[in-house]
Design a binder for this molecule. Structure first.
Ligand code: NI
Length: 175
């Protein structure tokens, strides 16, 4: 197993809509290393472009927080519907030392393929629903901080420029 370097804010791959996956065996070769990287970095989710891969899939594992959870793979996921609204603090391995409370739908209906290629449509809520929304954003070239108000976004602009330049901000910020 190997740990990938994390692609940071400022890299154009993080602003790209990733390529739809047609060859599932091809991504299964990468999945173990994706999980290994995510655990090494103490993340709950990791999108392929965060490790430099232009393929539309993400891995998620929140089992440290919810004991009936397990490592999941979402291939070509799409959010089909949503209900409610919830505020939750988010962070991102590609935007180190910044955290911000973000409003998002409370429940989302997600279509995706699993690692066997089986198609699912399933509602998710709570922490898992939140992490899925964060990762689906990544696969579409969107960051959680894109959901901040312009005033709040302005507070972190300088730190984002530092991350783009050096890989880390000079100071952390929690919004
Ligand atoms: Ni992220």
């Amino acid at each position: 197993m190997a740990v990938f370097p994390i692609v940071k804010y400022g890299d154009p791959l993080l602003r790209k809509h990733l390529k739809e996956i047609t060859d599932i065996p091809e991504i299964l070769k990468l999945v173990d290393d994706m999980f290994e990287t995510m655990y090494e970095e103490a993340g709950m989710g990791l999108a392929a472009n965060q490790v430099g891969i232009d393929m539309n899939f993400a891995v998620i594992d929140i089992s440290h927080a919810e004991e009936d959870e397990y490592p999941r793979i979402f291939i070509n996921p799409e959010i089909l519907d949503s209900t409610g609204r919830d505020d939750m603090e988010e962070g991102c391995l590609s935007i180190p030392e910044i955290r911000a409370t973000i409003p998002r739908p409370e429940r989302v209906l997600v279509s995706y393929l699993d690692e066997k290629g089986d198609y699912h449509e399933e509602w998710f809520d709570g922490l898992l629903g939140r992490v899925i929304q964060h990762e689906v954003d990544h696969l579409n070239g969107v960051f959680y901080i894109d959901h901040l108000t312009p005033a709040k976004h302005a507070i972190i602009d300088k730190r984002l420029a530092e991350i783009a330049e050096t890989g880390a901000p000079s100071t952390g910020i929690v919004l």
